[in-house]
Ligand binder design. Sequence first.
Ligand code: HEC
Length: 216
Amino acid sequence: MNKNTLYLFSKVAAVMMSFYMVSCGSKSQSPGVEYMPDMYRTPALEPYSGNTNYADSMEARKPAEGSIARGYLPYGIPNSTEGYEMAGTLLKNPLPPNEDVLADGKVIYTKYCVHCHGVEGAGDGPTVTAGGHPPPPAYNSASLKNLPEGKMFHTITYGKNLMGAHSSQLNAEERWTVIRYVQTLQNPDGDASTESVSDSTATEGDSMSDETAMNN
Ligand code: HEC
């Protein structure tokens, strides 16, 4: 074997050796030899795996105090009698009482309210007729007929006596949507848009109430 053949053999052997090293192993999940594995494998920890960098060892951190989700503003009116009155004068429904809003409102009402308030809002849902729970007042009764929409929003947000809070089930827009539908039951013979027309004139330029209304 002359020098040249030997040289060629050693070259071929080196190439075959490197093929062997980088080719797949017997484990089908193994990626074989990795060059700089840190570049492929993130050092990030699993959310609940624990983290020794923090005194409480919790990897899933809470948002910084005072953080607010994008597009969300907290409902600034307190859950109190004064807050209820304040909501009644300050808050105005930002949604028009058009066909689409009323149709959506009916869907929400049928899912979340009808079992207590009844189909016509007379306070005769199945929790009352079949379950024996005390009836809510009818929407068109003397006590609720003229209830301002801001008070409705407040009650749906926080709940009132036997009615639970609905802010975890319905976002602010959904609450205003169902209020539009409730107003048709509150005033079955009337025009649901009457209040909103006078309201929109009354609140023109009053951006605070609109903002508060939409973002809770
Ligand atoms: C568990 C039964 C129940 C459910 C569900 C329920 N309500 Fe009520 N609701 C009541 C009762 C009871 C009252 C009377 C509260 C009071 O004044 O003591 C009431 C009162 C109200 C009032 C009058 C509020 C006020 O400020 O006087 C409105 C408006 C209203 N509900 C709307 C709704 C809407 C809209 C839904 C669905 C999103 C809903 N309710 C779901 C039981 C319920």
